[in-house]
Design a binder for this molecule. Structure first.
Ligand SMILES: Nc1ncnc2c1ncn2[C@@H]1O[C@H](COP(=O)(O)OP(=O)(O)OP(=O)(O)O)[C@@H](O)[C@H]1O
Length: 266
């Protein structure tokens, strides 16, 4: 078990937003977190890396390789993020400063994580871009000179550069057209196969769950209502809310329930 969240609650002054959630991510698996808008998925993922907005408080445990991250100091967390746990956000544009070149971003990221040699940083940056199917030439460009899909790939390249053990992707493909989203997902699956990293994937898209997830958890109003293997949940959802969610994907609902033919096998 690489990540074990136990009885995690997240509170604002007014209310309990995430209520005693337990969730585990195993080594090397693709774990999907699905649920209605506002159910607390993003806050849950932010709590893992101590990235919650300052007005929110937590209780419970976020055990990463056995150690409770909620007790770690900010400096220790900064070193952990990127190196051991990496994020890919929906707002990948926000990850780039407009007047710094793509290469400048890769360079800075590596410096922050202690890489002192400029030539190593340069080589690794070029390799990172190539590994997501982008030409190293793009290192000289500025963020506005890349398409949305290219920028998202560049942000994924940054997130994967230091070979994290856990990648947290919060609606990483929502802002992309379906072709770019497909490419990004294929890329994540390929990188996962290469590096063995675990992925916690937050999504509304059942096609992605069906195709890529090993297991999934369903969240509603701050609670996990159901967790389990993908096939078990899609074939035999136990909770009424899970059934409703699956039914609410009308184009897919028959496909989802009918023996789960993998798209990859078509
Ligand atoms: N800083 C904050 N202070 C108080 N409440 C907040 C704060 N940030 C988010 N919330 C509330 O917490 C709830 C959960 O938000 P969250 O963004 O985690 O939902 P989500 O499940 O990720 O939704 P979506 O799928 O739409 O992204 C929402 O009702 C949101 O309005």
């Amino acid at each position: 078990m690489i990540l074990s969240i136990e009885e995690l609650s997240i509170f604002s002054r007014e209310r309990t937003i995430v209520d005693s959630v337990s969730l585990a991510v195993r080594e090397g698996e693709f774990m999907a977190l699905v649920g209605q808008s506002g159910s607390g998925k993003s806050l849950l993922s932010q709590a893992i890396g101590q990235l919650l907005p300052p007005n929110l408080r937590t209780s419970g445990y976020v055990l990463f390789e056995g150690s409770n991250l909620l007790e770690w100091k900010p400096k220790e967390m900064r070193a952990l993020r990127g190196r051991d746990i990496s994020y890919i956000f929906q707002d990948y544009q926000g990850a780039f400063t407009p007047f710094r070149s793509i290469g400048g971003h890769f360079d800075e990221y590596q410096k922050v994580h202690g890489e002192k040699s400029a030539s190593v940083r340069k080589k690794r940056a070029a390799e990172a871009l190539e590994s997501v199917g982008l030409h190293p030439e793009l290192l000289r460009r500025y963020p506005f000179q890349l398409s949305g899909g290219q920028l998202q790939r560049a942000s994924i390249a940054t997130s994967l550069m230091l070979s994290p053990r856990l990648l947290i992707a919060d609606e990483a493909t929502t802002a992309l057209d379906s072709m770019s989203a497909h490419r990004v997902l294929e890329l994540l699956a390929r990188k996962q196969a290469e590096t063995g990293c675990a992925i916690l994937f937050i999504t509304h898209d059942w096609r992605h769950v069906r195709r890529y997830a090993n297991r999934l958890s369903i969240m509603k109003e701050g609670r996990i209502v159901e967790s389990g293997g993908k096939h078990r949940i899609l074939d035999h959802p136990q909770h009424e809310y899970t059934r409703q969610l699956i039914e609410a994907a009308p184009v897919l609902s028959n496909e989802l329930k009918s023996g789960l033919k993998e798209v990859g096998a078509e």
